[in-house]
Ligand binder design. Structure first.
Ligand SMILES: Cc1cc2nc3c(=O)[nH]c(=O)nc-3n(C[C@H](O)[C@H](O)[C@H](O)COP(=O)(O)OP(=O)(O)OC[C@H]3O[C@@H](n4cnc5c(N)ncnc54)[C@H](O)[C@@H]3O)c2cc1C
Ligand code: FES
Length: 354
């Protein structure tokens, strides 16, 4: 093979790798589930009465704002947890207990040094755009975690732009990693302004409270939101009314109202190992839940349309998914769907893990 042909081939390979990398960074595409790794817990720190952070004996390449899927025991479900530090720092995850939450209760009350966790990832598109001139970040509760990853990364870059960060928590006692945020604010020398709000003093982040707080905020070029659904709904509405035409990036930690299954009962067909296997879906039931009830063991992860682990390919019919599920328009056009948040409005046949 002539040197010219070899150089041309190398250039083609570099371009293909660069295109794949930029596609991953640009968001909207479901990553396929990676093989599970085992991490050992090296440190458990109680941050608040309901929150712990923990370190592990592993390293991982990820982008600030990404998350992993984690399972502390084989009998528990996989759940998504965001890194609360930047790449290059020791890995840390920070988890708040949710009421009656199976995995978060285990992690916040029973996790101990030496425990083994099954982990897959990294996943996620909550990644800062390359060019930002002024940022407005709004977090509620454990939604602060991916922002901490961003802030540590921005600290490493010498704070290239100014940020207003509104953080809501239930009470002063429940403020997650507040001392670390204070230290980052001090280090930023005026670039980072944190506005801490607690339910017991100012009240929750309602539209009225957010509206009042935003009156004093300069127009950002980029807005990012992460937290429980009611806060996200309020923040979305108030920021879009106050700052029109600004790019908004969102990360949901809780299932939104529009992902509650609503389809009428019907029969679906799962194609597995070349065989067609029918199963019933009840009214109000997501396709993944129905498949599980019928005894099929299908892959899943976050179960909120955020990771892509439950992706299937339609052969016939349709399964409706919410707009914010992590599939690109191209994937949707090719017939891919996420069954954890998918509703069947009629008969459909699909193939798992294509
Ligand atoms: C991309 C992504 C990143 C995430 N990162 C983090 C993180 O860094 N730290 C963290 O603490 N959590 C994070 N979460 C939330 C986490 O994945 C779990 O949803 C949460 O820990 C609850 O799981 P569970 O098994 O304890 O509750 P479940 O047993 O699944 O749910 C029990 C009840 O709580 C409700 N519920 C579920 N999730 C929440 C929630 N987050 N808040 C309030 N109520 C809820 C359910 O509707 C249900 O009624 C993230 C979620 C996503 C999608
Ligand atoms: S399990 Fe994560 S998108 Fe369905």
């Amino acid at each position: 093979m002539s040197p010219v042909v070899i150089i041309a081939l190398v250039v083609v390979v570099i371009i293909v790798v660069a295109v794949i990398a930029s596609r991953r960074a640009s968001g909207g595409t479901a990553e396929r589930p990676s093989a599970a790794m085992k991490w050992t817990v090296t440190e458990v720190v109680r941050e608040t009465p309901t929150t712990v952070s923990f370190g592990v004996d592993a390293t991982m390449d990820f982008q600030p704002g990404q998350f992993v899927l984690l399972r502390p025991k084989a009998e528990l479900h996989w759940r998504a947890y965001s890194f609360s530090r930047a790449p290059g720092q020791p890995l840390r995850l920070t988890v708040r207990r949710v009421e009656n939450g199976t995995v978060s209760t285990h992690l916040t009350s029973q996790l101990a040094v030496g425990d083994t966790l099954e982990v897959k990832g990294p996943y996620g598109h909550f990644v800062m755009p390359a060019i930002v001139t002024r940022g407005l970040f709004i977090a509620g509760g454990s939604g602060v975690t991916p922002f901490l990853s961003w802030l540590h990364a921005l600290d490493g870059r010498g704070w290239p732009f100014a940020i207003t960060f509104i953080i809501g928590n239930r009470s002063a006692q429940e403020q997650i990693l507040k001392a670390e945020l204070d230290a980052l604010e001090a280090k930023s020398k005026g670039k980072l302004t944190c506005v801490h709000v607690t339910d017991d003093v100012q009240g929750p982040l309602t539209k009225e409270l957010l509206g009042a707080l935003l009156e004093k905020v300069e127009a950002p070029s980029f807005i990012a939101l992460c937290g429980p659904e009611p806060m996200m709904v309020n923040a979305r509405e108030v920021t879009s009314a106050r700052f029109s035409g600004v790019t908004v990036l969102e990360e949901k930690f809780t299932p939104s109202a529009d992902v509650v299954g609503a389809g009428p009962g019907t029969t679906l067909e799962l194609v597995q190992d070349g065989k067609v296997k029918p199963f019933e879906v009840k009214p109000g039931e997501h396709v993944l839940a129905a498949a599980r009830r019928a005894g099929f063991d299908l892959p899943s992860g976050c179960e909120m349309g955020a990771c892509g682990a439950c992706r299937v390919k339609l052969h016939e019919g349709d399964i409706q998914i919410p707009d914010d599920a992590c599939l690109s328009d191209a994937e949707k056009a090719q017939g891919y769907r996420l069954i954890c948040v998918g509703n069947a409005k009629g008969a459909a046949r699909f193939e798992s893990s294509p």
